[in-house]
Design a protein around this ligand. Structure first.
Ligand SMILES: Cc1ncc(COP(=O)(O)O)c(C=O)c1O
Length: 422
């Protein structure tokens, strides 16, 4: 892997398939995932004993199946994600457990499912220990500890510290161990996830907290999870994370615990973004080019109903143009990219706080395609039907061939389940 990211301003193909062909065959907006990128990113992480894919980042069945075929296990944060894991071929049980349910609560469906299928639970609240212990005593569980600090690419993705609802507060471990004893369950694992899209500096701080918590729990611990949070490079010249260095930090912590406890400790990692983000492209068509005072706008047929990260977090995504015809060599100019929604915040080139930003992009015409890159994580999964827009199609490109892996929603799908009382 090169040390810094580069992105093209003109993109003609994805995984060997022409963008124009993809757009013509599947329509726009469409998400396209490049299987080779997902496999490459999984391979980066092989030093860890288990790669537990956080399917919340991209839970398309084909993606979940792909990571399963390449040796990953899976994290599910809801009953729906447990059903997805089953549908993608994961079976409960195994060592490491093929499916782990990680949450701060049980709703009725999730509690029923984990009990019925003996799914390993990562408890994010003391109440979960009681609720599981009452109906399924004697189980092995993992505790998700909030180490008292956190960090994410945005305050909204910071999952540690006292502003966060996630995990068991580190000072309440002793209370949790009493609950564990009361229900005859066993803490076999510890997990810490301080935020999504954080950085190595903050991730490194977690190792010390994990060591301390594991020593407090004692010899029942057989696995530790570093959580997810690995960042990716979304901007030109941003550095890729040094995975070897990161693994080294955790391996040292693991070895210290192995020495202390006298048995093997399995080391898990739980990334979502790192595995899925770079594989994904959202293809849209430019439907209007207009000038508002000093600003030129490309208005495309994808909006924040398809990709919410810019409006949610002010996130930056690389953008390229795929000319539908004519010259590939286009001059650059500054533009704002917006979507079709009846909402002024429907802008892909915005900064946190909603400030519209200009982007240098190739000159493009109506009918050219615009490709929003690094959109494979927290893209489609966060989409909505706002403005009664059907959800986009999803396509997987593998070995130079494209496969439709989710149909575009129809207008019948949009109205399904609704009725007018007589
Ligand atoms: C419990 C848990 N694990 C893993 C992840 C994956 O995070 P990321 O996609 O940043 O790797 C998340 C997301 O915040 C999470 O909440």
């Amino acid at each position: 892997m090169p040390t810094v990211a580069t992105f093209p301003s003109i993109r003609t193909e994805i995984g060997g398939v022409a963008v124009t062909e993809l757009a013509k065959q599947y329509g726009t907006p469409t998400y396209v995932y490049d299987a080779a990128k997902i496999i490459e990113r999984l391979n980066d992480l092989r030093a860890f004993d288990a790669i537990r894919y956080a399917q919340k980042a991209n839970s398309n069945l084909t993606v979940v199946d792909l990571v399963r075929q390449h040796g990953a296990v899976v994290d599910s944060v809801s009953a729906g994600e447990i059903h997805r894991a089953f549908a993608a071929g994961f079976k409960p049980g195994g060592e490491p457990p093929a499916i782990v349910y990680t949450a701060d609560i049980f709703d009725k469906d999730s509690l029923d499912l984990v009990v019925k299928h003996d799914i390993h639970v990562n408890c994010g609240s003391p109440n979960m220990i009681d609720q599981l212990g009452e109906v399924a005593p004697g189980r092995n569980i993992t505790l998700r500890i909030n180490p008292g600090f956190g960090h994410g690419h945005s305050q909204k993705t910071n999952t540690g510290g006292d502003q966060s609802k996630h995990g068991i507060w580190h000072e309440q471990l002793d209370d949790c161990l009493r609950r564990v004893d009361r229900h005859g369950v066993c803490v076999s694992g510890l997990h810490m996830h301080i935020g999504s899209g954080t950085d190595l500096e903050h991730l490194a701080q977690v190792c010390g907290s994990m060591e301390q918590a594991a020593l407090e729990v004692g010899r029942t611990i057989t696995s530790i999870s570093a959580g997810g949070g690995l960042p990716i490079a979304y901007k030109e010249d941003e550095s890729f994370i040094d995975i070897e260095q990161y693994f080294g930090l955790w391996d040292t912590t693991r070895k210290k615990l192995e020495e202390e406890f006298g048995h093997k400790i399995s080391l898990e990692i739980e990334p979502g973004r790192y595995i899925a983000a770079e594989s994904g492209y959202l293809i849209a068509e430019i439907r209007a080019v207009k000038t508002m005072g000093d600003n030129k706008f490309y208005v495309v047929d994808a909006g924040f109903n398809n990709l919410a990260r810019p409006i949610m977090y002010g996130s930056y995504h690389p953008i390229s143009i795929a000319p539908s015809s004519g010259e590939l060599d286009r001059p650059m100019h500054d533009v704002v990219v917006g979507g079709p929604l009846c909402e002024s915040g429907d802008i892909f080139t915005q900064e946190e706080g909603g400030f519209v930003a200009k982007r240098s992009l190739p000159v493009a015409n109506l009918g050219d395609y615009l490709v929003i890159e690094c959109a494979g994580a927290y893209g489609f999964v966060m989409s909505s039907n706002y403005n009664s827009k059907p959800m986009a199609a999803e396509v997987l490109v593998k070995d130079g061939a494209a496969h439709l892996v989710r149909e575009r929603q129809s207008y019948e799908d949009l109205l399904r389940g609704e009725s007018i009382p007589k």
